[in-house]
Design a protein around this ligand. Structure first.
Ligand SMILES: C[S@@+](CC[C@H](N)C(=O)[O-])C[C@H]1O[C@@H](n2cnc3c(N)ncnc32)[C@H](O)[C@@H]1O
Length: 236
C-alpha cells in the first residue's frame, strides 16, 4: 500500500487494500478499515513528528491538496465558508486551507492520536483558529452540521474496507454526510478504491455530480484509466 498514488513515481497504482478474499462488494476486508490500525499509524507518526518534525504521509500526494484548493479558488468559494475535513489524519490539509486563507475550518478523525498529531502540526505552523475534534463520522455528535464544504481524502476508502459490515457503514457514511452538509453544499472526494461510476452510485441518493476533477492517467497492457478518482458532488 502506498499513499502516493497520485503524486509519486506513477509506477504504483496504489489502492487502500490488502490481500485476502473479497467480500460482497468486491473489497477485501482489511485492518485498514479499523480504528486500531489508524490509532497505531498515527501514534507512530506522532512520535516521529515529535522526534524529527516530520508530518508523515500526505495521502495521494501534494497535488491532491492543490487540486482541491484550485477547485475552490475557481469556484470562488468564500474564504469564510465552513469547511469540514472528514478523517483529517495528520491535519496537513487543514494547514493548507488555513494558509490559503480559509477561516472556518474543522478537522475530525476517529483516531485520538490523529487529532493529537493534527494539533501538534497546526501548533508548529503557528495557526490557532482551526477546530479539531475526535469524532467517528459514522456516529456523529449532534454539534456537527451546516458545513458549506466537506472534504474526504481516503476516508471513504478506509471505511469501505471495514471487516465488520462495510456495506452498512458506507450507507451510514452517506447519511452522516447528508446531515453535516448544507443544501447546495459541496462534497469533494478523492478515492483510489472507487471509480467515478461507482462513486456516482454510492452517492446517488441526495447528491448530484457537480464536476469531475482531472487526475493523472495510467496506461498498462493496452488499457488506460485513472488511478485516483476526484469528484465534486453537490447536496440536493
Ligand atoms: C487514508 S487516511 C487519510 C487521511 C487524510 N484524509 C489524508 O488525506 O492524509 C484515512 C483517515 O480516515 C480516518 N477514519 C477512518 N474511518 C473514520 C471514521 N469512521 N470517522 C472518522 N475518521 C475516520 C482514519 O483515522 C484516517 O485518518
Amino acid at each position: 500500500m502506498s499513499s502516493d498514488a497520485d503524486g509519486g513515481s506513477g509506477a504504483e497504482v496504489a489502492a487502500l487494500s490488502d490481500k485476502g478474499s473479497p467480500g460482497e462488494d468486491g473489497f477485501v476486508p482489511s485492518a485498514l478499515g479499523t480504528r486500531e490500525h489508524w490509532d497505531a499509524v498515527y501514534e507512530r507518526e506522532l512520535q516521529t513528528f515529535q522526534e524529527f518534525g516530520d508530518t508523515g504521509e500526505i495521502w495521494f500526494g501534494e497535488e491532491s491538496m492543490n487540486r482541491l484548493i484550485r477547485w475552490m479558488q475557481k469556484h470562488k468559494i468564500p474564504l469564510d465558508a465552513s469547511v469540514l475535513d472528514i478523517g483529517t489524519g495528520n491535519g496537513v490539509f487543514l494547514v493548507e486551507l488555513a494558509k490559503f486563507g480559509f477561516s472556518d475550518i474543522t478537522g475530525i478523525d476517529y483516531s485520538p492520536s490523529a487529532i493529537q498529531l493534527s494539533g501538534s502540526v497546526i501548533e508548529k505552523e503557528g495557526l490557532s483558529n482551526i477546530k479539531l475534534k475526535v469524532e467517528d463520522f459514522l456516529n456523529l455528535s449532534t454539534q456537527l452540521s451546516g458545513f458549506h464544504i466537506c472534504i474526504d481524502k481516503g476516508t471513504f476508502d478506509a471505511i469501505s474496507l471495514n471487516p465488520d459490515n462495510a456495506i452498512e457503514k458506507r450507507k451510514q457514511y452517506v447519511k452522516s454526510l447528508s446531515r453535516v452538509l448544507k443544501v447546495k453544499g459541496f462534497f469533494l472526494i478523492t478515492s483510489c478504491n472507487w471509480t467515478k461510476e461507482e462513486l456516482l452510485n454510492e452517492f446517488s441518493e441526495g447528491f448530484e455530480l457537480f464536476e469531475e476533477l482531472p487526475t493523472p492517467k495510467f496506461s498498462f497492457g493496452g488499457r488506460s484509466g485513472n488511478s485516483v478518482a476526484a469528484l465534486v458532488f453537490q447536496k440536493m
